[in-house]
Design a binder for this molecule. Structure first.
Ligand code: ZN
Ligand code: ZN
Length: 441
């Protein structure tokens, strides 16, 4: 059922709501708030104007809560109300820096679950985050959201294993207020915007349609209550948590694979009343210039000269991921041909919890001599070479046309371009299987 639109479904400019300039100072914001709150207080207006005043009053309150808080003001200035009410204009939710920005500013605060309504924020808990949030207060301790992030790692490090130390900043329960958010004797006020529920319904307009969704309340950060500015804890400024730097270490074992998860238990942001979640690193393998990997096997190209391919050789053909040289001793008289594969057993990736290793596949490329690079044998030498190499096969039985001209630098990309339209359709007379296949491509 459609009812009176709520505050959040119309894009209201918070600065306009308080009738202040965009560069207003905190003092100006507070003064403007007092003035506007008094003027619009529902108790101060005649009965018939009360619903309208109530909405205006809530807007003013919301504007104050967001603009007076420097962090939230910055988010608002950059992303508008979409960052707070989950109305998520299409294409905006996925803004890559928003996750980081919010995570960095609000960390694991209850309000974070609030942002979960936004597309692209799934990792931080989304709506399920709300259960955890409320759960804390209802004495049903949940777990704060896990923090997932990708960790790019080189193939060398996956081969050898690696220990990574890094400084992490996480939110920990404020030691001054013990996670309460307010001064010792202060009592939190019930949030009037959400009537203490911590969340509220908003109408999102999608063209001419409206959809209803429940979003955590931005005014109280989904807590259902908040401390007035003067009652807020001095140390955490009412956020209940403070940032703390900590050195963390992760160990990536030799043979680690793409997508593998390294878990740092309990190292995610702390949330009052909840068990801290984990920091989870998902390994992402960087592209490698030389090696391809499939499971525990590795593949690389080696280049040999035509002379080597014909006469054999013994030399290092490849530098392995740990820096060792892979030496091949190819006997004289055994010709190596282009695209031949040499498999070296046990020279692939290490396998975890095992002494076994994958295999190394070497794809042979034969580098032919090139007259442009100065290969100019004498006619006598060429005659000699011809005498040594096998003779051509039986001649093809057909009478030759006039000598043809040809381009020695042809390009297969042009294949089929001469008559693009006719490329496949001229097989139509042939009603055999192959013709049918071709026409469907
Ligand atoms: Zn505190
Ligand atoms: Zn609220």
């Amino acid at each position: 059922m459609y009812s009176e639109p709520e505050v959040a479904d119309v894009e209201i400019d918070l600065y306009e709501a308080l009738e202040i300039r965009r560069d207003a100072s905190k003092d100006e914001i507070r003064q403007a708030y007092r003035k506007a709150a008094l003027a619009n207080h529902p108790d101060k207006v005649p009965e018939d104007q009360r619903p309208a005043a109530e909405i205006k009053f809530k807007t003013v309150q919301e504007a104050y809560e967001i603009l007076y808080d420097e962090d939230k003001r910055e988010v608002y200035d950059r992303h508008g109300m979409a960052a707070f009410n989950g109305a998520g204009e299409p294409g905006m939710g996925g803004a890559p820096d928003l996750d980081d920005l919010l995570a960095q500013m609000f960390g694991g605060m209850g309000g974070m679950g609030g942002m979960g309504g936004m597309p692209g924020m799934g990792g931080m808990g989304g709506m399920p985050g709300m259960d955890g949030m409320g759960g804390g207060r209802r004495g049903k301790p949940g777990k704060s959201p896990d923090e997932q992030q990708d960790y790019e790692i080189s193939l060398e490090d996956m081969y050898k294993g690696k220990t990574v130390k890094f400084a992490s900043v996480k939110n920990v329960i404020c030691s001054l207020c013990d996670g309460k958010g307010g001064k010792e004797k202060a009592k939190a006020k019930k949030c009037s915007t959400c009537e203490g529920m911590g969340h509220r319904e908003v109408l999102n307009s999608m063209g001419q349609f409206y959809t209803r969704s429940t979003v955590p309340c931005a005014v109280c950060n989904g807590q259902g209550e908040f401390f007035s500015p003067k009652d807020k804890c001095k140390k955490c400024k009412g956020k209940k948590t403070v940032e703390q730097k900590k050195m963390l270490e992760i160990y990536i074992p030799p043979g680690a694979v793409e997508g593998e998860k390294i878990v740092l238990e309990g190292e995610a942001d702390q949330v009052p009343g909840q068990k801290p979640g984990d920091i989870v690193f998902r390994l992402v393998q960087e592209e490698h210039e030389v090696f391809d990997r499939s499971g525990a096997d590795l593949r690389a190209e080696i280049v040999v000269t035509l002379a080597e391919s014909l006469t054999g050789f013994q030399r290092v053909v490849l530098k392995h991921l740990d820096g060792r040289g892979i030496e091949i001793n190819h006997p004289a008289g055994q010709v190596l041909v282009p695209n031949q594969i040499l498999t070296i057993r046990g020279e692939g990736m290490p396998m975890k919890r095992s002494e076994k290793r994958g295999d190394l596949y070497l794809l042979v490329t034969v580098k032919f001599p090139n007259s442009k690079e100065g290969w100019k044998p004498t006619p006598a030498a060429l005659e000699q070479l011809k005498g040594m190499l096998p003779k051509p096969a039986e001649p093809i039985q057909a009478s030759p046309v006039d000598e043809v001209d040809y381009d020695a630098e042809g390009d297969l990309a042009e294949f089929g371009a001469a008559d693009n339209e006719g490329a496949w359709t001229n097989v139509d007379e042939d009603d055999d299987e192959e013709g049918a296949q071709c026409t469907t491509q």
